[in-house]
Design a binder for this molecule. Structure first.
Ligand code: NAP
Length: 444
């Protein structure tokens, strides 16, 4: 007997998922055992790329998540509501859930996974991070023998597309964003992507898997790419860097740290970053995503691939459906004696606590800063002295030329405490000869 799937949403990813399920030839034989039993949409009369028997498509999504015949609910609606409520209702009705909704999981993960554990059902979310790239399951299973200490990645395709074009064409952010919107690479309201919120949702999910604790989303530092200018990209290029929107989750690895101890604090952050051109993430361009995982004893592993799109994302969704179907097939997902079934500990969420997140002022990193100053002698010396007074040592200081009759000075620091660097900057802003701090970016 086929496993009955209730599909919520038949948009980009829903359609891609249906296309795989309706065309099982040469895929895993278990795909043939999956039946799209109901499909929930908002506009039933829309022209669709896939056709279903009469009665399958409905606008009554509650009827799908409460239908006793449905075993697996696949939530591909997007947005917070009604997605969250429907996921919870599906769980309460004993359904396993597959979702691609990073926004719901990053905000309501605790509520959803607590309900799932109590009901003895799985909530799987491979497609929520990195689109088609398998990264959630590797973190849960293939890499789980490791002590992970760093995760960093390019997890938002829209910003990577914009930054790649800024790099190759030399254009400014606003003009490339407008073109990306015309071409369909950026939403009409691009806030979630360009201000880093989508990447923050994703790194919160990855960090929680890698470090075995929940992450409070408001504690994730989040800075987008709006302030990255063509001038910064050009200077970064001359200095041997590319600029990428990097999502980072990291635990302390300073000498003396014992990775066997639970981390005191984690860094979880999203911001544009100068990456050395030789770094593996530097060559991840266009809409591609990549996630670099570092752990002991494995060392570095990088996951690379298409971070969005109907087919790639559906590939991840269907892999989750198959994982659940495989468990059901061997009878491991069945309730016994009125008790909820025992969940596979590698697939289920076992987090009980929240991770402590370090304040950004304690971050030790390198900085790139661009100053616009009066064209007078001694400015570089004054900057150097001020940085030195705040224990900020400089790797390079370059005065490249004049911009709008102002001198332009670019500074790259050695590793410094972020708090010290900002104290120095506050003082520098009061200098009469310094007109503005035109940009400030972190350097990997
Ligand atoms: P989409 O194209 O906008 O499709 C959304 C679907 O949900 C549509 O079929 C829509 O119905 C239906 N829907 C939305 N709200 C509804 C409501 N209140 N009642 C009934 N039906 C409703 O979205 P998508 O791009 O497929 O994204 C789906 C999810 O996958 C999101 O969580 C997204 O973040 C995630 N995701 C997407 C991608 C990607 O490449 N697109 C990649 C990774 C993850 P109608 O068709 O009738 O309008």
């Amino acid at each position: 007997m086929a496993f009955k799937v209730g599909l919520l949403g038949l948009g980009t990813v829903g359609t891609g998922t249906a296309q795989i399920l309706l065309d099982p030839a040469q895929r895993h034989p278990l795909v043939q055992e999956l039946e799209i039993y109901r499909v929930g949409v908002r506009s039933p009369d829309k022209t669709r790329l896939v056709a279903f028997s009469p009665g399958v498509v409905t606008t009554d999504l509650e009827a799908i998540v409460t239908d006793p015949a449905v075993e697996i609910v696949v939530e591909l609606l997007g947005g917070l509501e009604p997605a969250r409520s429907l996921i919870l209702k599906a769980i309460a009705n004993g359904k396993h859930v597959v979702t691609a909704n990073k926004a719901v999981i990053a905000r309501f993960g605790e509520e959803i996974f607590a309900a799932a554990t109590e009901a003895g059902v799985y909530v799987l979310l491979e497609a929520a991070v990195g689109g088609g790239i398998p990264v959630i399951e590797p973190l849960k299973q293939s890499l789980c023998a490791n002590r992970i200490h760093t995760l960093m990645g390019i997890v938002n395709g829209t910003t990577n597309y914009i930054l790649t074009r800024m790099q190759t064409e030399g254009g400014d952010f606003a003009e490339i964003l407008a073109d990306a919107q015309k071409l369909g690479y950026a939403e009409a309201d691009p806030t979630t992507d360009v201000d880093g919120f989508d990447a923050a949702d994703k790194i919160a999910i990855l960090a929680s898997l890698a470090f075995g604790g929940r992450i409070k989303l408001p504690e994730v530092y989040c800075e987008g790419i709006r302030q990255v200018s063509a001038a910064d990209i050009a200077y970064a290029d001359k200095l041997g860097f590319v600029i990428k929107l990097l999502a980072v989750a990291k635990r302390d690895t300073s000498p003396g740290t014992n990775l066997a101890d639970p981390p005191d604090q984690l860094q979880v952050r999203v911001h544009p970053t100068l990456i050395p051109k030789t770094h593996p993430l530097a060559s991840v361009n266009q809409v591609y995503n990549a996630i670099l995982v570092e752990g002991e004893p494995i060392g570095q592993v990088m996951f690379f691939g298409p971070g969005a799109g109907a087919g790639p994302t559906a590939s991840a969704v269907v892999s989750d459906i198959l994982n659940i179907a495989a468990i059901l097939k061997v009878g491991r997902g069945a309730a016994t004696d009125g008790q909820p079934p025992q969940l596979d500990p590698l697939l289920a969420c076992s987090h009980q606590h929240y991770c402590a997140i370090a304040p950004m002022s304690e971050l030790v990193t390198r900085f790139y800063a661009r100053f616009l100053t009066q064209d007078s002698s001694g400015v570089i010396g004054k900057l150097g002295t001020c940085f030195g007074n705040h224990s900020v040592s400089l790797e390079s200081v370059v005065q490249i030329g004049l911009r709008d009759n102002q001198a332009e000075i670019v500074v790259v620091t050695h590793h410094v405490r972020e708090g010290n660097f900002h104290q120095a900057l506050d003082e520098i802003r009061t200098f009469e000869a310094v007109n503005s701090v035109a940009s400030l970016l972190r350097v990997l």
